[in-house]
Design a binder for this molecule. Structure first.
Ligand code: FAD
Length: 382
């Protein structure tokens, strides 16, 4: 392995891989990605891989819009033989309370003002899109036809290929175990395969980002939380969009080869990077999803697994550099939506590192917001 690199990126998931690609594209040379396993072995390969424009804050709508545009043109940007399987058949977001309807109306006004094609639907119109939807108690829904689902393994791989073509080195099965800091700067990282001196360190370690920060002597208010997810046997294609109910706390979609993939947010989940599965997950999943999508009751579950959300106090990521160690950059704390924001976050991180103006103002996502009590209030976190 190299003993010196201009930029070290810890983590080759969708975040680290896309940052490496955009940094190299911006002309930054001598970049190495170091991963303790391999790209997509972390949260990226374990995620639901849904992508949506439907957020409640302008910054998040813009980040998602830009990322989705990049996913749409990924094959043109990085031509390969691989297909990211971008199924752009929309997200249907269900509203069961007046408060939720009001929030969705506000979101739609904002989203439309940003050029996002999204509409408020009556329960009947929602049923036209998902014929097996039980509309009992449903007050309204929102639908954006350009939201969708992507194969996360392939998307991750394509960014790795693009980065490697531009000269980025990818060092797999190599763990970063310490970070040497002198006079407020990272000097080197110590790995299981030797030391690498560097000018910049980018923390894209997903669920382990807090440990990398700690190695550099920087405390970040981040923890990891287990999230479980399951997949059914493939059946004939019956559901176009991802269906989300904040009331029931679930997301559920059918992927192009016919399997349904679903999960739910559980505030009582284990706060850990441990990737175990629980017996009661499938039962609770069924209790949440069947009242809304009863057709699923006879489908056979073939597998359940878990991954980690890297959580911050406001479920929004940390971007930008550390004030204490100023060549340490963060791209972590993405909660349950890091996959869909990756391309845009990667371009912005490359702009930060090369002192370019930012396409989207993400300064509020800096680390100091926690100490300054300036938490971000995004109403559309699942
Ligand atoms: P990862 O993919 O985890 O990559 C981090 C990498 O860092 C790993 O490969 C790991 O091996 C490496 N690493 C860690 N520590 C070290 C070390 N010390 N040395 C070297 N390497 C190290 N997001 C969406 O946008 N849409 C969704 O529908 C969605 N659904 C989800 C469902 C589930 C069940 C889960 C768990 C997550 C979901 N997410 C979703 C969130 C999404 O998966 C993450 O936000 C995103 O994948 C984060 O990417 P990453 O590259 O930061 O992390």
């Amino acid at each position: 392995m190299k003993s010196k690199a201009n930029v070290v990126i810890v983590g080759g998931g969708i975040i680290g891989a896309s940052i490496a690609y955009y940094l190299a594209k911006a002309g930054v040379e001598d970049i190495i990605i170091i991963d303790k396993e391999y790209p997509s072995s972390g949260s990226t390969g374990r995620c639901g891989a849904g992508v949506r424009h439907q957020w409640g804050l302008e910054m998040n709508c813009l980040l998602a819009k830009d990322s989705i545009m990049e996913f749409e043109r990924l094959h043109e940007e990085i031509p390969t033989d691989f297909d990211i399987d971008f199924k752009q058949k929309g997200y249907l977001m269900l509203a069961y309370t007046d408060k939720q309807v009001e929030q969705y109306k506000k979101n739609i006004k904002l989203q439309k003002s940003l050029g996002i094609d999204v509409n408020l639907l009556t329960p009947r119109e929602a049923k036209e899109i998902v014929p097996h939807l039980n509309t009992e108690d449903l007050l309204a829904a929102t639908f954006c036809p350009k939201d969708g689902h992507i194969n996360p393994f392939i998307a991750n791989l394509v960014y790795i290929i693009g980065a490697e073509r531009l000269g980025v080195k990818v060092q797999k099965y190599t763990e970063v175990i310490d970070v040497e800091v002198k006079n407020g700067k990272v000097k080197s990282v110590l790995t299981t395969k030797g030391r690498v001196e560097t000018n910049y360190l980018i923390n894209a370690a997903g669920p382990y980002s807090q440990h990398i920060a700690e190695m550099a002597g920087v405390k970040i208010p981040v923890y990891s939380e287990r999230h479980q997810i399951l997949v059914t046997q493939p059946v004939k294609l019956i559901q176009d969009p991802m269906v989300i109910s904040l009331k029931h706390g679930f997301y559920c979609q059918q992927v192009p080869h016919g399997s349904f993939i679903m999960g739910f947010g559980d505030p009582n989940e284990l706060k850990t990077t441990e990737l175990s599965s629980s017996w009661n997950f499938m039962e609770e999943m069924a209790e949440r999803v069947l009242p809304v999508l009863p057709v699923l009751k006879d489908f056979k579950v073939v597998r359940q697994w878990s991954g980690s959300y890297n959580m911050t106090p406001d479920a929004q990521p940390i971007l930008g550099n550390s004030e204490e160690v100023n060549n340490l950059y963060f791209a972590c704390g993405f909660s349950g939506h890091g996959f869909m924001l990756a391309p845009s976050v990667a371009k912005l991180t490359a702009q930060m590192l090369t002192d370019k103006p930012l396409d989207i103002d993400v300064n509020v996502l800096n680390l100091k917001r926690f100490a300054e009590d300036k938490l971000i209030k995004e109403p559309s976190v699942v």
